[in-house]
Design a protein around this ligand. Structure first.
Ligand SMILES: NC(=O)c1ccc[n+]([C@@H]2O[C@H](COP(=O)([O-])OP(=O)(O)OC[C@H]3O[C@@H](n4cnc5c(N)ncnc54)[C@H](O)[C@@H]3O)[C@@H](O)[C@H]2O)c1
Length: 524
């Protein structure tokens, strides 16, 4: 393990640079902050100092620590002042030529052992390093916004990065109290790459009119446990910024179908609806909140000893049996209810050669297909929910032209009895959340197979970098990898698009019977 650098230079005193300088000073380094725009430098320094004081007031660190950090933090109006640095972190505007030029200038000022780290989020570390004398000392250190508070840093080796340079970057991030993950130098590194489908699949659902954007967001919050839905997040980041990132993924990958930018995003930008910053994106921002609070789910209970039959091998079936029993239902598997007339039936992919699931209104799990594919001309409704159900507040329901009133009422009654708020959406394999999560897991499985990062770092990165309620791979292990693969296969079948091809890593695990926690192992 390398020692944390004693003198750290930060280039660019904007949003990221100011926060990185603050974190480095708190970590005990002497920090030299440089920006060619003197107003930007003054503002960046003032922001870092104000945030140090604010942190002390709110008890994040002591007043002494704040004062000492502020003492260690200095402006470096001239680049030459960076000569004593052991590490220089660059947070200048996102331009390859600019970053190459800055590092080349700095390389002429600092000692040879000084590590040059770029905070780029979309450029190639290798490409930046290629224009710099001594490319082995150039690495990526990707912070998350706001950098002083977000605890994740992706350390990214370029093609020429030396082990020593990587160790210095890791030690510096560690000293700042950051969790470090190692990510390959590919589009979006690890975290932003794995998160691509969160927005893109939500836009596809909107395009197909499976649900309006407010409802997609509500489902992702209530059923998925995310703090923000994908459209709120796109508005926050900037719809134009998101579209640019999508374009860059698409171009850098020479047209990967999973990363195709959304025409809806392009139209939204063309209309000047850029998100919060223009007071209008998908939502309108003015006085008050942009959306209502989420509804509170029903109290569980009310099964009243009625018979509910729940069939299928999916983990969700086992969880539903348990919740139904807790809510007072006489909850049984099909083989324990032969010849009886249930009040309601939930088919979670029951085996075709098993006992018949009939004699009552039905809801079918839309994992292996849409309701239209699974119950052609039938009277059932469709539903979808992802384990762990104990951490879910909503279920998604869908109906077709043939769905009976009894099935509609039965599904609403059953899911309310187990404490879940119901959202009626259009028909599609996995409905809304299942489809987004299946694609996020798929992207993570591709990234894993391509060596972009390991399973532990993928999960840690998504939790700490983006506030995911759980890492996608640990989530997949809880859901069941066969369930995820079923949704992907059904999407692939229905759309015949390469976008929905399942990652080889996921297929191989399912083929080997490693289906997740229920089988003792999956991705983990
Ligand atoms: N904002 C984010 O959420 C975020 C997150 C992760 C990474 N990044 C990356 O961090 C970098 C900076 O982003 P930001 O949001 O802080 O931008 P910003 O516009 O807030 O700040 C950039 C600063 O760089 C200064 N600058 C211009 N030319 C310079 C030069 N030659 N040398 C040094 N400084 C120069 C500008 O005056 C400005 O103060 C970009 O590469 C961006 O991709 C941003």
């Amino acid at each position: 393990m390398a020692e944390a650098p004693a003198v750290v230079g930060v280039l660019g005193a904007g949003t990221m640079g100011s926060g990185i300088a603050q974190a480095a000073a708190l970590a005990g380094a002497r920090v030299l902050l440089h920006d060619p725009a003197s107003e930007a430098l003054d503002r960046g320094l003032a922001t870092a100092r104000a945030n140090l004081e604010r942190g002390a007031r709110s008890g994040r660190w002591s007043a002494e620590e704040s004062a000492a950090a502020a003492q260690r933090l200095d402006a470096a109006p001239e680049l030459g002042a960076l000569a004593p640095c052991d590490l220089v972190i660059e947070a200048a505007p996102e331009s390859l030529e600019l970053k190459q030029e800055i590092f080349s200038q700095v390389a002429g000022v600092v000692a040879e052992r000084c590590v040059l780290a770029t905070n780029t989020s979309s450029l190639s570390v290798t490409a930046i390093a290629a224009g710099v004398p001594g490319p082995e000392r150039v690495v990526g250190m990707h912070f998350f916004n706001p950098p002083a508070l977000m605890v994740l840093v992706e350390v990214v080796p370029g093609a020429e990065s030396s082990d020593e340079a990587l160790a210095v970057a890791q030690a510096a991030a560690g000293a700042m109290g950051k969790e470090v993950i190692l990510a390959a130098d590919v589009e979006g590194f690890l975290v932003n790459r794995c998160n691509r489908p969160f927005g893109l699949e939500a836009l596809r659902l909107l395009e197909e009119r499976v649900a309006p954007f407010e409802q997609i967001d509500r489902i992702v919050r209530m059923a998925g446990g995310f703090r923000m839905g994908p459209f709120e997040l796109m508005d926050l980041v900037g719809v134009d910024v998101g579209l640019e990132i999508a374009r860059s993924f698409w171009e850098q990958s020479f047209g990967e179908p999973r990363w195709r930018p959304s025409p809806i995003a392009a139209r939204t930008v063309a209309a000047g609806r850029l998100g919060r910053k223009s007071s209008r994106g998908y939502y309108t921002y003015g006085e008050g909140r942009h959306r209502p609070d989420d509804p509170v789910g029903p109290e569980s209970g009310g099964g009243d000893g009625r018979l509910v039959v729940i069939g299928g091998e999916a983990t969700v079936a086992a969880e539903l049996l348990e919740l139904a029993a807790e809510a007072g239902w006489d909850a049984r598997e099909p083989e324990d209810a032969e010849g009886e007339v249930p009040a309601f039936i939930l088919d979670c992919g029951a085996a075709l050669d098993g006992p018949a699931l009939q004699g009552g209104p039905q809801a079918i799990l839309c994992a292996t297909g849409s309701l239209a594919a699974l119950d052609p001309a039938g009277s059932a409704v469709g539903f979808h929910a992802l384990p762990p159900l104990a951490e879910t507040a909503a279920v998604e329901l869908t109906r077709g032209p043939g769905s009976s009133g009894a099935a509609v009422r039965g599904a609403e009654d059953f899911f309310a009895s187990i404490g879940l708020h119901a959202e009626w959406v259009g028909d599609a394999p996995g409905l809304v959340l299942g489809r987004i999560v299946a694609q996020v897991v798929n992207e993570a499985a591709f990234a894993l197979g391509e060596g972009v990062g390991d399973a532990a770092d993928i999960d840690k990165g998504m939790r700490l970098g983006l506030g995911y309620p759980r890492g996608p791979l640990e989530w997949a292990d809880a859901i069941g990898l066969d369930h995820i693969l079923a949704v992907l296969e059904a999407l692939n079948d229905e759309y015949r698009e390469e976008r929905y091809r399942a990652a080889p890593e996921l297929r191989r695990l399912v083929a080997a019977g490693r289906l997740g926690a229920a089988t003792g192992g999956g991705f983990h």
